[in-house]
Ligand binder design. Structure first.
Ligand code: HXC
Length: 257
């Protein structure tokens, strides 16, 4: 399957999705959104694929929603058309997605990275929510996900001033899992994705749901949800296999059942 604004390739069990609008620094227009939704639905439905990496170019993961496309929009189009609602379908992806961020991840680009499950950043990465400078505000989850990731003080400062934060600050403040040299970014992200894709597929989906539920529930409800889902994993063949493999000192052979 080919896409107008994305390059999609499979590398064994890992799907690599590259945003491909280099002339616009990967600005996220409607076509990118449609392509992302289609590509990640296909990834999720393919049993041979265990984890995805979403990346951009060396200069920009994505420099935001496409300002030239948004410029002429009015309230009716934005609100009535629920312009960015498609991203809800991207975040419904059940298998893990790693954002490999090099260069600018601004506005919608930062928000897209935060919709992924893990962010690995190149040492040249820059994150920010500069929408305030355009007379608007983040609209794809920036005020919510950034606040949960880095806390109110820094999120408020970044969203109100439009200041960019570099990779080191992003790691210090908890936005990114790891910073790696720019030249190693893709190799490191794919290695992490291969590790995840090598785990029991149902347990992987369960962990993603469990961690994400920490954003949605009280501690008591979250812990109960985790315990119930944990118990459910004892109904899988892969639990039997994983524990037998440990006891028998051999690699596990997952079936995804
Ligand atoms: C459309 C963009 C763009 C964007 C860059 N380009 N960002 N086009 N939308 N978000 C285009 C430029 O117009 C230019 O095209 C080309 O990409 C290269 O960009 P330059 O500005 O020439 O590059 P540089 O001088 O290196 O500066 C890089 C930059 C700057 C600092 C990242 O491009 C920039 O500030 N971009 C906008 C960042 C931003 O405000 N993002 C938030 C967008 S609002 P031409 O044709 O001139 O060569 C948003 C809302 C999210 O994301 C919420 C939605 C619900």
């Amino acid at each position: 399957m080919s896409y107008e604004t994305l390059l999609v390739e499979t590398r064994g069990t890992v799907t690599l999705v590259t945003l491909n609008r280099p002339d616009a620094l990967n600005a996220l227009n409607s076509q990118v959104l449609a392509d992302l939704v289609a590509a990640f639905a296909a990834f999720d439905a393919d049993p041979s694929q265990g984890c995805a990496v979403l990346t951009g170019s060396a200069k920009a993961f994505a420099a935001g929603a496409d300002i030239k496309e948004m410029q002429a929009m009015d309230f009716a189009g934005m609100y009535g058309g629920d312009h960015f609602a498609g991203y809800l379908r991207f975040t419904a992806t059940r298998k893990p997605v790693i954002a490999a961020v090099s260069g600018f991840a601004l506005g919608g680009g930062c928000e897209l990275a935060m919709m992924c499950d893990i962010i690995i950043a190149a040492d040249n990465a820059k994150f920010g929510q500069p929408e305030i400078k355009l007379g608007v505000a983040p609209g794809m989850g920036g005020t919510q996900r950034l606040t949960r990731a880095v806390g109110k003080a820094k999120a408020m400062e970044l969203c109100l001033t439009g200041r960019l934060m570099d990779a080191a600050e992003a790691e210090r403040s908890g936005l990114v899992a790891r910073v790696v040299p720019a030249d190693n970014l893709l190799a490191e992200a794919i290695k992490a994705a291969e590790t995840i894709a090598g785990m029991a597929p149902i347990a992987v989906k369960a962990v993603k749901e469990m961690v994400n539920s920490a954003y949605e529930t009280t501690l008591t409800q979250g812990i109960q949800f985790e315990r119930r889902l944990f118990a459910g994993l004892f109904g899988t063949a892969d639990q039997t296999e994983g524990m037998a493999a440990f006891v028998e000192k051999r690699p596990a052979n997952w079936t995804g059942r």
